[in-house]
Design a protein around this ligand. Sequence first.
Ligand code: NZQ
Ligand code: ZN
Length: 383
Amino acid sequence: MNNFSYHNTTAIHFGEGQIAAIAGSIPKDKKVLVTYGGGSIKGNGVYDQVVTALKEHNWDEFSGIEPNPQYDTLMKAVERIRQEGFDYLLAVGGGSVVDGTKFIAAAVNFEGEEAWDILAKQAEIKSALPLGCIMTLPATGSETNAGAVVTRGTNKLAFGNPLVRPQFAVLDPQTTLSLSERQTSNGVVDAFVHVMEQYLTYPANAKIQDRFAEGILLTLVEEGPKLINDLQNMEARTNVMWAATQALSGLIGVGVPQDWATHMIGHELTGNFGVDHGRSLTIVLPAIMQVCREEKKAKLLQYAERVWNITEGSEDERIDAVIEQTKQFFSAMNTPVSLTEISLGQDDVDTAMVSLEAHGMTKLGENGSIDLARSRLILETAL
Ligand code: NZQ
Ligand code: ZN
C-alpha cells in the first residue's frame, strides 16, 4: 500500500427528511445562492423542502444548469454572484448541478485571465466560496468529493481542489424516487465504474480498499437490477444512494493505483456525441478489460472470484467469463456495451481520437501505458 493522507471534510445528513438539516448547516449570516437544473426539484417536492428549511436565511436562486454543465451558463452565475454579493452556495440536484456549483465557487474569486483556465490549464485556485449540496441523483459521488467536470463546446474537462469539496451533503433517498429508469441505471453503472477505476489495476496489498471496493460492487450488482424491476423499491434506492457516495468519496482510492482511462475515453464520447456519461462508461470498460487483460490479470481474476464467483477454468477462460459477466450486468441495467448499439461507427472512433489527442490524453491508465494507439484499439474493440 502506498502512503496517503486522508481527510474528508463533508458532513453527511442521510435519510428521509434530512433536507431540513440545511437550516442548521448554513450559517444564518450568509447570503445564499441556491443553484439547480432544469426543474426536476420543482416536480418532486425537493424545492418546497428547501424553501421551508431556508425560511430564516437570506437567499435567492439560479436555475438552468444543464446535464454536463456548460461553462457559459456557469459564468452567468459567477457574474451575478459578483454583482449581488452572495457568499454561500447551495447546489440542489444531480452531479451536473453539484459540479457546476463547484466550478462557480472556484471561478468567483479566480485571479487569472479566464476562469476556463481552471480546467484547460489546471490553473491554481487560491480560494472558493463555501458550498453545500442536496444530491438527488446517486451516481457521481460529487457530493463528498473535490472533483468537478465542466463542458464547453466539445471540450469536457475536469478539475479537482479540496476548496470546492461541499461542506455538507444531504442524501435523502426519497428524493430519488422521481428518477427515470434511464437516469437510475446511468447512476448505478457510473458508481460501478468509479469503483472499477480505483480497483481494477494491479495488486497493492491494500486489503481494506479491495474489500470495501468489492462490497460496493456486490451491492450495486444486487440492488441495481432490483430498481430496473421496480423503480419505487425504497430499500434498493437507499442502498444504491450510499453505495454511489462511497464509490467516489475518496476512501477506496487511498494508497492504491488508479486507472480512470474509461472515464477519460468516455468523456470524448459525451463531448463529441452527447452520450450520457454512464452509458459512455459501459461501452468503454469492457473493451479496456479486454485490451489491458495482461496488465490487469491479477485483479481481473480477483474480481472474477470475489464479485462473480468465477473460479473454474484457466486464467484466460476466467477473464473471458468475467468480461462477459460484466457486459451482462450492464445489459441487465439497460445500458449499451458497444458503440454499434448507439449507432456510432468507425468514423466516430476517428473523431473521438482527434479530441482525445487534443486533450493530451496520451498516457492513460494506472501504468500510463494506454497511448493513442491503444486508445484507438480500445474504441475499435468497443465497436
Ligand atoms: O436538471 P434537472 O431538471 O434537475 O434534471 C436532471 C437532469 O436532467 C435529472 N435529475 C436529477 N435528479 C433528479 C432528476 N430527475 C428526476 N428526479 C431526480 N431526483 O437527471 C438529469 C441528469 O442529471 P445530471 O446531474 O447530469 O446526472 P449525473 O448526476 O449523472 O451527473 C453527470 C455529470 O457528472 C459528471 C459527469 O461527467 C456529468 O457531467 N461527473 C462528475 C464526477 C465528480 N464530480 O466526481 C465524477 C463522474 O465520473 C462524472 O464524470
Ligand atoms: Zn463517472
